[in-house]
Design a protein. Structure first.
Length: 301
């Protein structure tokens, strides 16, 4: 009887993981490319994290509203998602495939409420503010921006770091350096996406993550580009501390977002308010190949 039960749970978990993989395939070719460069012991876990984060993000970015849910029903949907996530992490099972896949990763890597709760707090900020006063833009000052970025992005980087380091033994200094770098990388990714998504955030969602003014200016864009470059540099400095089978993927993701930053630097704010900056697929492939080559040379010096 126990063998059959174990086999059933294993089959269900594999099904959940395939569902998580479909979320990545549907929503992010860039992240999917980077994940393929991870070692097999990390790859599925990182995909499971991304899938949960993406589904939660879609919930607060308009999917529930477009489905016709009232503000109260949207809040209830998010609360149910949060409660189900906590339950699944505690017991190791959820009937929701995406939450079930994430729970397996959380339990394996020690991802707990210290990382999960700040993420959902940022999701609540999006849903509550947008729905309560949709006609008034949600504007973040510096302190609010930092808090939101910590919850929505830095902790996701820290979740991935726990996956990478779950079987490693390192000293306290290296652990602190890696945590700092993971947070900085998450913050850089989020700030780049804020600039890329100016049009959608402003016109559809009524949000201003990068300042309190009605309209960003080009001097603001220049300042944010400088901030992002510093964050990316800090993240890049600790890549050699990562396990060998995680470095190429992280280098690839960092290179892609560096390329996005270069393009944002060459794009006026007015253009950013009209369209989303992208990196062509051929360029992405080239950046990934260089990341692999760089990592190979690093390991064979």
């Amino acid at each position: 009887m126990s063998i059959a039960t174990d086999t059933s749970l294993t089959h269900f978990t594999r099904t959940a993981e395939r569902a998580a993989n479909q979320v990545i395939a549907a929503y992010s070719t860039s992240f999917g490319l980077a994940c393929r460069l991870l070692g097999s012991r990390h790859r599925q876990h990182v995909r499971n994290i991304y899938a949960l984060v993406r589904v939660a993000d879609e919930l607060v970015d308009g999917v529930t509203a477009e489905a016709g849910l009232s503000y109260e029903e949207q809040c209830q949907a998010l609360t149910h998602f949060i409660d189900e996530t906590h339950s699944a992490v505690n017991i190791g099972y959820s009937s929701d495939l995406i939450i079930h896949a994430f729970a397996q990763t959380a339990r394996a890597a020690g991802i707990d409420e210290t990382l999960i709760d700040p993420f959902f707090a940022s999701m609540r900020t999006d849903l509550g503010e947008r729905s309560a006063a949709p006609a008034v833009p949600l504007r973040f000052d510096s302190e609010a921006h930092q808090g939101y970025v910590h919850g929505s992005a830095e902790v996701v980087g820290l979740m991935c770091l726990r996956v990478f380091m779950r079987e490693e033994n390192i000293d306290d200094a290296d652990a602190a350096a890696l945590e700092y770098g993971a947070g900085r990388l998450g913050a850089a990714f989020q700030n780049i996406n804020f600039l890329r998504d100016l049009a959608d955030d402003t016109h559809r969602l009524g949000r201003s993550y990068l300042g309190t003014s009605d309209h960003l200016e080009d001097r603001d864009r220049v300042e944010w580009v400088g901030t992002i470059r510093a964050q990316l540099a800090d993240a890049g400095a600790v890549i050699p501390l990562l396990p060998h089978d995680a470095r190429a993927a992280v280098r690839s993701a960092l290179a892609l977002f560096s390329a996005l930053t270069d393009r944002i630097e060459q794009t006026t704010v007015d253009e950013l308010y009209r369209s989303r900056v992208r990196v062509p697929d051929a360029v992405k492939a080239g950046l990934a190949a260089r990341a692999v080559a760089s990592t190979w040379m690093e390991l064979h010096r």
